[in-house]
Design a protein around this ligand. Sequence first.
Ligand SMILES: [Mg+2]
Length: 331
Amino acid sequence: MELSEDELIGAVRKVLSGAGADVVVGIGDDAAVVASGSGDTVLAADMSVEGVHFDRSLAPARDVGAKTLTVNVSDLAAMGASPRHALVSLALGDGVDAAWVIELFGGMREVADEHAMSIVGGDLSRGDGVVISIAVTGEVVPGRAVTRSGARVGDAVVVTGSLGAAAGGLALSRSPAAAEHAGTGWAKELERAHLRPVARVGEGQTIAAAGATAMIDVSDGLGIDLSRLCVASGVGARVELGTLPVAEALVDSEDALGIDARELALRGGEDYELVATLPEAAIDAAGAELRERFGTRLSRIGVVIEEKLVAVDADGTERPLDVGGWDHFAG
Ligand SMILES: [Mg+2]
C-alpha cells in the first residue's frame, strides 16, 4: 500500500463526499450522526470475503464494491424498507493498492446514489485477504416491515424479474470456453447479472404495500430461500416449475455452457430477486404496478400449502422440491 491509512481514508472521503441531508455528522469523526425519520429503522449486515464471494482476478473493484452494497440493500428491499445509511469496514491484504480501494468505493458510491443513501463511516484494517463488511440502515412505515414468517395457506407465491442469470454468469466466468463467447448478447447479460445484480427496492415497497404476507430475497437460490420463508412461516409450498421466470439469456446459453437453465433458475444463487407470498386477489394489481413503475415482471410460481415443499413438473407430476442452493459454508 503506497498511501498511509490516513491518506487512504482521505481519498475515500473524497469519493464519498456530499452525504444526504439527514446526515448530521458524516465520515471522519468517531461516529456518524444521522437524523431519524418517522418510521421503524431496519438494520442489516452482510460481508464479502475474497476467495469466497469474489475473485479479484475476475471481478473489477468497481463491480465488487457495487455488488457488496447491493447485497445489503437487497436485504432491506426484502423487508419492504427504503435504504438510508451504510457503514463500510474493510480488511486489506498486502497485495491491494490504493487505486483498487478507491475504485471499490466508487462502485459503492454508484449504488448508494442510485438509492439516495449515504455511506457515513466504517473502519479500515490490515488482513490476510480482502474482507468487506457492510452494515446498512433503512426505514419502513411503523409496523409495516414484511418478515419471512407471515405466509398463510392459500396465499400465492410470486417472484420478481427472472432467475438464474447470475449463476449462469458465474458458470461462464469459470468456463474454459469463456473467451470464445465473450461479446455475444447472452454472455454480456449473464456477466452483468453476476457482477452487477440490482436490488429490487421499489419493487419490495410496492409488493409490501400490495399486502405481502411474507418476503425474502433470493441470495442463495430460489429453492433454498423459499424453504427458509416456509420454515419461518410454518407452512409449505407447491411450486409449478413450468411457471419459473427463467432468464432468457440463460436459456440462450444452454448449449454453449452445457447447463440446464431451469435447474439453475431453481437452484442458482445471487439473483437478488424477491420472493413473496400475497393473497391471490392482490397479484394482478401488484404485477401491473411493477410493470408500469419499474418495468419488472411479477410471476406467480405457486401456492402456499400446509406443509412440505412440492415441485410440480410441466406434465403435472409432483415430487419433493430439492432445495439445493449455494452454501458458502460448503467446500
Ligand atoms: Mg436476505
